[in-house]
Design a protein around this ligand. Structure first.
Ligand code: MUC
Ligand code: MG
Length: 373
């Protein structure tokens, strides 16, 4: 097969406002910063990817600024002149020389898949083996920081049939206050919604033992990352005793983490995130480990914009079982977009386009307006 050389790679930092402050245990977002990756190829095709995190360095090891610097200084020289149509070879070349940096790798892998899909006239989901569904149910995160506001927001989402799964971000407040907040929201919504929590590692094991019991007893369906990723034995013990299932999020920083969590029995559900595995293909390796171990799957997000959200969605629609659905609502948290056609959210689902590549086009004017100067 003839080669298509990569001519350039650019990384663009974009700052977009959020519809309201989004309060997580470690950070309150007033806006979101995307890193958009453009890979230009010798056949005139351009692949678009995204490498986005939450709150600078407050969530993970990469920040928008470090992602851009590393893409410019380390990734681009390795990729320019390589064959864009051989994604295995390109990603292996990066993996040999670059440790970690899964967010940046995910953006690159997404861009290469987008370019190859456009080249072959196939959606990325088809490059990944073929979709088994065309849409994905999407959860919404209630994180205004105020119980009454969160209940009103959930009622509105139910009324407009946009979401019926709600994740509550807790962990920043005193535990009794957080538990009262969660129980009040579950009581208000009852059986009309699935209510879950994300503690973002903020409890210690002693607190988590009691708190997980209260959450389970009050109808909470899922408890995400209650304690530190470093307390592996604690996670195993909690997974054995919690009445509500425990989901691993921060514990998975790479595909190998997924394997050791499964081997240890440290979680019964995995949050799949392309950014933390190194891309849409890489995340499917974590999904395969989970499936083999009987661990449930949830399609997670780093609150990416439309590009990263669709890159995740194309991977998730190929999965056999996605028992816990997804939280691919990132674009809905933003007041602005940088693609020409907004993603379609309808009847609790995100519709995944059947178009070549990721199925989107950059709105150049908006990108120029919102890119960091
Ligand atoms: C996380 O920790 O899961 C996902 C949804 C949300 O509101 O925050 C994220 C990050
Ligand atoms: Mg989480």
């Amino acid at each position: 097969m003839s080669q298509v050389l990569i001519e350039s790679l650019s990384a663009i930092i974009v700052d977009l406002p959020t519809i309201r402050p989004h309060k997580l245990a470690m950070h309150t977002m007033q806006n979101q910063t995307l890193v958009i990756i453009r890979i230009r190829c010798a056949d005139g095709i351009e692949g678009i990817g995204e490498a986005t995190t939450i709150g600078g360095l407050s969530y993970g090891n990469e920040s928008p600024d470090s992602i851009k610097t590393n893409l410019d200084c380390h990734f681009a020289p390795l990729l320019i002149g390589q064959d864009a149509s051989n994604i295995n070879a390109a990603m292996l070349r990066l993996d040999k020389v670059i440790k970690g940096n899964t967010f940046a790798k995910s953006g690159v892998e997404s861009a290469l898949l987008d370019a190859q899909g456009k080249r072959l006239g196939l959606p990325v989901s088809e490059l990944l083996g073929g979709r088994v569904r065309d849409s994905l149910e999407v959860a919404w995160t209630l994180a205004s920081g105020d119980t009454a506001k969160d209940i009103a927001e959930a009622e509105h989402m139910l009324d407009i049939r946009r979401h019926r799964i709600f994740k509550l971000k807790i962990g920043a407040n005193e535990v009794s206050q957080d538990l009262a907040h969660v129980v009040a929201i579950k009581k208000a919504l009852g059986d009309r919604a699935s209510v879950r929590v994300d503690v973002n590692q903020y409890w210690d094991e002693a607190v988590a033992i009691r708190a997980c019991q209260v959450l389970g007893d009050n109808g909470i369906d899922l408890i995400e990352q209650p304690i530190s990723r470093h307390n592996r034995s604690g996670q195993v013990r909690l997974n054995q005793r919690s009445p509500a299932p425990i989901m691993a999020d921060e514990s998975i920083e790479c595909v190998e983490d997924a394997f050791s969590l499964a081997a240890d029995g440290a979680a019964s559900v995995f949050a799949l995130k392309i950014a933390k595995n190194g891309g849409p293909r890489a995340v499917l390796r974590t999904a395969a480990i989970a499936e083999a171990a009987g661990i449930g799957l949830y399609g997670g997000t780093m609150l990416e914009g439309s590009v990263g959200t669709l890159a995740s969605a194309h991977a998730f629609v190929t999965l056999n079982k996605l028992t816990w659905d997804t939280e691919l609502f990132g674009p809905l948290l933003l007041t602005e977009d940088i693609v020409t056609t907004p993603l379609v959210y309808r009847d609790f689902q995100l519709e995944v386009p059947i178009l070549p590549g990721l199925g989107l086009a950059i709105d150049e004017e908006r990108l120029a307006f919102f890119r960091r100067k």
